[in-house]
Design a protein around this ligand. Structure first.
Ligand SMILES: C[S@@+](CC[C@H](N)C(=O)[O-])C[C@H]1O[C@@H](n2cnc3c(N)ncnc32)[C@H](O)[C@@H]1O
Length: 428
């Protein structure tokens, strides 16, 4: 049963990590995120001049450094009510982020005489250089082969953020919107916006990471045609099951679910797919919220009813390595295991690789799975330090074969590059 489809040859096969130049990180040369340090606050005490105060920073995914731009970066802030009308009083001079800043305190004046209960709005923050749609990161801007030389995206990307305020009280979550558009660009329905909630403030499991954004963008692009989806994923027509390890907010698994839903709508496949996100309990709440948002989006893509079952279940690799899986993870064999940015902690690599191997063993025990069937995994990583190479020794010891499916240079804001490497792993 596993797998029906052989992986096609890929153009960029590299077997050795050491052949890849692991770039020297320079703080200012990374992908950056506008991040709220706390929920925006409404001060309506002066009815003539109500204010929304926003405390933000612009950091890397890890939050370990702040944007240090060569040229100041101007930010645009929009505040719109549910009918899409702006409630900003007048356009102030755009807030400006300059080299050396660690945070930026912005006050936005909104229309006079708005009381707290009247202020239900969406606040969006993005660089003024961003091309429409505002507040949305276009997945194609993450992919060097889709970005025109000289465009703002070729110089570096800063991910926008949005946040909801209801009756003057800010939601505890920020939202990132990733737009996956098709290679053909011909039909509006090929565009899919994925809304991903993340925590305001610090957390590992509950915000998005470069490797997930880049890999989701890659899948959105590569799987937008019939040939593309079959070349990129080991699809089966009689049911296709994907399990994500360390899913965090769910960017990768949710993208794959949306990509498959789109393919069904276009008649590229008629498979019934299951996508199971897994992580530690601390990730569960955000992952489930994002699944709910995705299901609402599916009903727009496919009004006749979604064909992709999107689920969440806790899966701790310290249990997974012993073959201890929950009800959903045990329910079926997995055609594809996916994971992004889960290899930065060297101490947890043995449990992670052990879990991958235990999933392979569990696959073989399911009825109808051929003896000797292969298990495939797609692992995306943005190398942070050389000790992460230990992953490859562990994979080899457990008889996993691996090669680079794609390496994608991150858009830079400076001189040196970082890259996300997407590996294909095989066992069996
Ligand atoms: C850097 S985050 C990446 C999240 C997500 N894959 C992404 O790309 O946005 C690493 C994830 O691995 C999860 N993780 C770490 N140790 C784990 C373990 N022992 N079992 C399961 N998940 C774990 C964390 O909870 C976190 O969600």
């Amino acid at each position: 049963m596993l797998p029906r489809q052989k992986y096609p040859n890929t153009t960029e096969l590299t077997n050795h990590w050491t052949e890849l130049a692991v770039p020297k990180a320079r703080y200012r040369n990374k992908m950056h995120y506008i991040r709220l340090l706390r929920g925006p606050k409404l001060d309506a005490s002066n009815l003539k001049r109500p204010l929304i105060s926003i405390l933000l920073t612009i950091t890397t995914d890890l939050g370990d450094s702040f944007l240090y731009p060569d040229e100041p970066v101007d930010l645009a802030i929009s505040v719109e009510n549910p009918t899409g009308q702006s409630v900003i009083l007048e356009a102030d001079r755009p807030p400006r982020w300059t080299a050396g800043m660690r945070c930026l305190d912005v006050k936005v004046s909104i229309k006079p005489h708005l009381k707290k209960d009247d202020v239900t709005c969406t606040i969006r923050i993005h660089p003024t250089t961003q091309t429409p749609p505002l507040g949305v990161l276009k997945g194609s801007d993450m992919l060097p082969w889709r970005v025109a030389r000289g465009s703002p995206a070729s110089e570096g990307l800063i991910m926008p953020v949005s946040v909801e305020m209801a009756k003057g009280i800010c939601s505890p979550v920020a939202v990132r919107t990733l737009r996956l558009d098709s290679r053909s660009r011909s039909q509006p329905r090929d565009q899919m916006d994925i809304d991903l909630e993340e925590d305001i403030g610090e957390s590992i499991a509950r915000h998005i990471w470069d490797a997930g954004v880049v890999t989701a963008s890659f899948f959105g692009d590569a799987c937008s045609t019939k040939e593309g989806i079959y070349d990129t994923l080991p699809m089966r027509e009689d049911g296709f099951n994907i399990l994500e390890l360390g899913s965090g907010v769910g960017i990768l698994g949710i993208t794959l679910a949306q990509v498959i839903e789109r393919a069904v709508v276009h008649g590229h496949t008629s498979t019934k797919a299951t996508v199971l996100l897994t992580d530690l309990p601390e990730a569960e709440e955000r992952a489930r919220s994002n699944i709910s948002r995705a299901k609402a989006a599916f009903s727009h893509i496919n009004p006749s009813g979604s064909t992709v079952a999107l689920q969440y279940e806790d899966l701790d690799w310290d249990e997974g390595k012993h073959g201890q899986f929950g009800t959903f993870a045990s329910a079926r064999p997995w055609d594809l295991v996916v994971l992004s940015d889960c290899t930065y902690n060297v101490d947890s690599l043995p449990a992670l690789v052990g879990t991958l191997s235990a999933l392979h063993t569990a696959n073989l025990k399911h009825d109808g799975v051929e003896r000797g069937a292969k298990t495939f995994a797609i692992l995306a990583t943005k190398p942070r330090h050389s000790s992460e190479q230990a992953l490859f020794g562990l994979l080899t010891s457990d008889d996993w074969q691996y090669n680079v499916l794609k390496s994608i240079t991150l858009p830079k804001l400076g001189e040196e590059d970082e890259a996300v490497y997407i590996y294909l792993l095989k066992k069996g």
